[in-house]
Ligand binder design. Structure first.
Ligand code: NAI
Ligand code: MG
Length: 350
């Protein structure tokens, strides 16, 4: 009996299709010889689609995507500043809409500094942590508005939403993850200033911590966290934080671990009510699109997260090991996107 995995593939814009092609190659190699069959549907979504049809994400698109087991996404977005995209709002209308509608309440972003990868820190030590960023609440829910726009009396509000339900479920996920890793959890917030939002996070972390006596719990204000991410990143194992702080910290985390070409992420609905979505952290990189200059490693590591999420743990591990071996062998000679994908695929087939 074979197991069919229905995969929605959204290559997207710019370098998205280039890196997704390599990620799919690696995915196929990782499941070859197992009973897993990948049944894919391609969705043409993103800036190019918007320019053609005026649609960002229709209800039909959403319903069709929701019928899959998982989603692999490249990157979406056009050239920043393109006047034709001024009203498109791909970020909110497509990416955030998918995350909210599919209840991706865990945004998972592992950060690891692989041996021999040059990073900006002089003496980084070992870096291997995961940021668990809340994905459906916080200041990103669109709970705001403005009046008297463009006048000296303009009022603009963007209110952060934090519910006990929403905070508890992501905090529980983070503790479970810490149990399986090095048993350390750091809550990052700004409880001294954001007393209401910070208060609920702190209380819930303390409550759930009582059920996990093996996990050492640490707290940092977000500003202090940015210092330690640079001066002592080895102190982190699992970081749990809200949507906005997580967005910022994960860019910094990506930078200290060797850059945007390596950072993978999962937008996860742990309950399995909706398909989870796996994507490189980077965008569509219009400056290098179509030139085979993009590093597909982040997209390939996203495939490893996808396999792990589907319970295909061994296949996930094989992908990560193939990537690690490839990274260890990298020289300064530039390789094309396809060459990197082929090299990693070849290691899986060896
Ligand atoms: P970006 O991540 O696309 O590019 C930033 C810089 O990193 C560029 O110089 C680019 O060439 C380089 N870069 C990115 N990925 C790379 C890779 N795999 N290998 C080598 N170099 C890489 O961010 P930017 O320029 O701010 O945004 C471009 C477009 O992407 C915008 O439309 C933006 O809205 C969208 N975007 C989409 C995201 C997504 O789909 N999740 C995330 C971030 C941005
Ligand atoms: Mg971001």
């Amino acid at each position: 009996m074979s197991r069919v995995v229905k995969l929605a593939v959204i290559p997207g814009d710019g370098i998205g299709p280039e890196v997704v092609a390599e990620a799919e190659k690696v995915l196929d190699a990782a499941v070859a010889g197992t009973d897993v069959v990948i049944d894919r549907t391609r969705f043409a979504l993103g800036a190019a689609r918007y320019l053609e049809t005026g649609d960002t994400l229709t209800d039909d698109d959403l319903a069709a995507i929701a019928g899959h087991d998982a989603i692999l996404l490249g990157a979406v977005g056009g050239v920043p500043g393109d006047p034709r995209l001024r009203d498109a709002n791909i970020e909110r209308g497509l990416l955030l809409k998918l995350r909210f509608e599919l209840d991706h309440y865990v945004n998972l972003r592992p950060s690891k500094l692989y041996p021999s990868v040059p990073g900006p820190l002089a003496d980084p030590g070992e870096i291997d942590f995961v940021v668990v960023r809340e994905g459906t609440e916080g200041p990103y829910v669109g709970n705001g508005g403005s009046i008297r726009r463009g006048t000296p009396h303009e009022v603009a509000n963007e209110t952060s939403v934090n519910t006990a339900f929403g905070v508890e479920r992501v905090v529980r996920y983070a503790f479970d993850l810490a149990e399986r890793r090095r048993q350390k959890l750091t809550l990052v917030h700004k409880t001294n200033v954001l007393v209401h939002a910070g208060g609920i996070w702190k209380r819930i972390v303390d409550e759930v911590a009582a059920e996990h006596p093996d996990v050492a719990v640490d707290y940092l204000h977000v500003d202090a966290a940015t210092i330690f991410l640079v001066t002592n990143p080895g102190r982190f194992d699992v970081i749990v934080t809200d949507n906005l702080f997580g967005d910022i910290l994960t860019d910094l985390a990506g930078a200290v671990t060797g850059g945007i070409g390596l950072a993978a992420s999962g937008n996860i609905n742990p309950d399995g009510a909706f398909p989870s979505m796996f994507e490189p952290v980077h965008g569509s990189a219009p400056d290098i699109a179509g030139q085979q200059k993009a590093d597909p490693t982040a997209a390939i590591l996203s495939v490893s997260l996808l396999l792990d999420h589907l319970g295909l743990t061994e296949a996930a591990r094989r992908v990560t090991r193939a990537v690690e071996a490839d990274i260890a062998d990298r020289s300064s000679d530039p390789r094309t996107t396809t060459q990197i994908g082929d090299a990693i695929t070849a290691r899986l087939q060896a």
